[in-house]
Design a protein. Sequence first.
Length: 167
Amino acid sequence: MKQVENAFEHLLFASRWLLAPVYLGLVGALIALLYKFGKQVWGIFSQLTTATDAEIIIGVLSMVDVALVMSLLIIIIFSSYENFVSKMDDLHDHSDRPEWMGHIGFTDLKIKLIGSIVAISGIELLKAFMNVDNLTDRHMAWMVGIHMTFVISGVLYAVMDKLSAKK
C-alpha cells in the first residue's frame, strides 16, 4: 500500500509541470502585447504633426498601460514558475537576474497583481477623463465605480495580509 501511496504522491508532484505550457502561453501574450505596443508607437509618431495634445497623451498612456501589463506578466511568469514548478537554479549568478526573482512568494504576487490592476484601471480612467467629451456621465460613473472597487479591494486585501502576517 505504501508503494501505491508513493507512486500517487510522485504523480501529484510531477503534475506541477502541467503549468509550464501555461507560462509559455503567457510568453506568447508578451509577444502579442509587444506587437500592440509597436503599433501604438508607430501611430503616435506617424501622426505627431497632426495629433492634438490630448491624442498624444492618450497614446502615451496606452503605451504605459501595455508596459505595465507586460511587466506584470513577467512577474507572474517568473515568480509563479519558481513557486509552483521549478527553481531557476542556473540563473542565480546571471548578471541580469532581477533582484526580486526568487523572493516573491504567492502572497507578494497577489499584492503586486492587485496593485497593477489598480494602476492599469487608473490609467484607463485617466484616458477616459482626457476624452470626457465623448463619454456619457453614466459611462464615467461606471468607470469610477469599477476603479474604486479595485482600490478598495486592494486596500482590504493588503490589510488582511498584514493582519494574517501578525499572527
